[in-house]
Design a protein around this ligand. Structure first.
Ligand code: FAD
Length: 415
């Protein structure tokens, strides 16, 4: 370390959360609510970035309800989705119908994720023990022997050492903490990447179809009010080949699949307006070190299939607070106590990733890597479309996930 990088500032907290995504902001809220001295570090200056999963599923809406936050939350602009319809090789299919669920919030709320994160941040301001530090990037771990004792972070004012009894990494699929802790990642793999771009939307443009699959192509569109957020799926590593074909060829394909984008696609003027999002599915076998726990995508990167990653991250946060908040009142839980989070959450993660892999292997790979022959709608999709009562099963898996969590951690009495 050079002398100008040397830390001259330190702070000490009970718990340091690295990463202000869905896992980190929800966990910060829950621990702040429990009266635990906690700091959340987010490397960006705000939450306003183009790519963030935008789907808030019934399991997360239920958590917001249990926290007494739902009324304010649902006042934020959002669209509600109950029936998930798609076009598979031109054939209309129904993937799920959430109106069949016996749950308090039987819909997916589509809301820009920065609104969700800002809402949690604002709601958490009332907890004096919670501090959110933006523009603060964890760059290394502080160690005391074998134990992780906090993080070293870069801020606009320079380096700061944040000493913590417990560090929780919620820093996503490219986790710096995971890498510094030397935890081995089991790669499961994904056959695709995603091109992410916006196309303008006129007020009179509405459409229920949100997924389209054709030979060699796949696309999802999200209605974000004044624009369509488009996710165009390509075979892994093929972005250079797409570029070599040229922008016009790509946009022609897009409009052929989704004619509703015909006028708005003019917003995409060059490849600079298109972001490549690399998709990964992986997981850790060990989620802990003494003094350290990893949750959310840092522990198990989720594919976009089903749009469930945000909700899994929130569920991890709820489980972490349920299992550890009491112990954290007194100090750092032992590694075995920290590992209770993995023991609780590993099964839902594995089941969900398994389902994502089944969809990847049976539908996405076939569509992307297949020839130009007409696509056959897979039997399971045909059955679900034809038998409405079956639509409740994928709806339940998507909406509530496996082993949904409920808030059990206690709120500290107001000070
Ligand atoms: C192409 C694609 C589309 C997807 N679409 C959806 C969808 O529609 N719905 C859905 O539910 N899921 C979706 N997912 C999955 C979803 O994005 C993740 O599962 C989810 O975001 C995980 O939340 P998290 O809080 O664990 O991590 P993240 O959301 O990745 O948040 C990590 C946070 O940590 C911050 N950070 C990173 N490093 C540091 C550091 N060193 N110091 C401080 N801060 C740091 C980052 O800036 C970020 O804010 C998609 C995934 C992909 C790849």
């Amino acid at each position: 370390m050079t002398s100008d990088q040397q830390s001259n500032r330190t702070m000490k907290v009970r718990c340091c959360i690295v990463g202000g995504g869905p896992a980190g902001m929800m966990l910060g809220y829950l621990l702040g609510r429990a009266g635990i001295e906690v700091v959340v570090l987010e490397k960006h200056a705000d939450f306003f970035r183009d790519f963030r999963g935008d789907t808030v599923h019934p399991s997360t809406l239920q958590v917001m309800d249990e926290l007494g936050l739902i009324d304010g939350f649902l006042k934020l602009p959002h669209q509600r989705l109950q029936k998930m319809d798609g076009l598979f090789g031109g054939t209309p299919v129904r993937i799920a119908d959430l109106s069949r669920l016996h749950t308090k919030y039987p819909f997916i709320a589509f809301m820009p994720q920065w609104d969700f994160l800002n809402f949690l941040r604002e709601a958490g301001r009332r907890f004096t023990s919670l501090k959110v530090m933006m523009s603060t990037e964890a760059v290394d771990l502080i160690r005391r022997g074998e134990t992780v004792a906090g993080v070293r972070a870069r801020t606009p004012e320079g380096i700061i050492d944040i000493e913590a009894d417990l560090t929780i990494a919620c820093d996503g699929r490219h986790s710096t903490v995971r890498e510094r802790a030397g935890l081995a990642v089991e790669e499961i793999g994904a056959p695709m990447d995603v091109l992410w771009f916006r196309a303008g939307r006129r007020p009179d443009e509405t459409e229920n179809v949100f997924a389209r699959v054709e030979p060699g192509k796949m696309m999802i569109t999200f209605d974000r009010g004044d624009y369509w957020q488009c996710a165009y799926v390509i075979a892994k590593g093929q972005f250079d080949a797409v570029k070599a074909r040229g922008l016009t060829a790509l946009l022609d394909d897009v409009v052929r699949m989704a004619p509703i984008l015909k006028s708005g696609i003019a917003d995409v003027k060059s490849f600079d307006d298109i972001k490549l999002l690399t998709v990964a599915i992986n997981r850790l076998t060990r989620w802990t070190r003494p003094g350290l726990l990893l949750i959310g995508d840092a522990a198990h990167a989720m594919s976009p299939v089903g749009g469930v990653g945000v909700n899994l991250a929130v569920q991890d946060a709820v489980a972490t607070a349920n299992l550890l908040a009491d112990e954290l009142q007194h100090g750092c839980p032992s590694e075995n106590e920290l590992d209770a989070v993995r023991r609780r959450r590993e099964f839902p993660v594995k089941m969900t990733q398994r389902m994502q892999v089944v969809v990847q292997n049976n539908i996405i790979s076939g569509a992307l890597l297949g020839s130009d022959r007409p696509l056959k709608v897979p039997l399971i999709v045909r059955l679900i479309t034809a038998l409405p009562w079956l639509q409740g099963i994928p709806a339940r898996l998507l909406a509530l996930g496996v082993r949904p969590e409920h808030v059990q951690s206690k709120a500290a009495p107001p000070s």
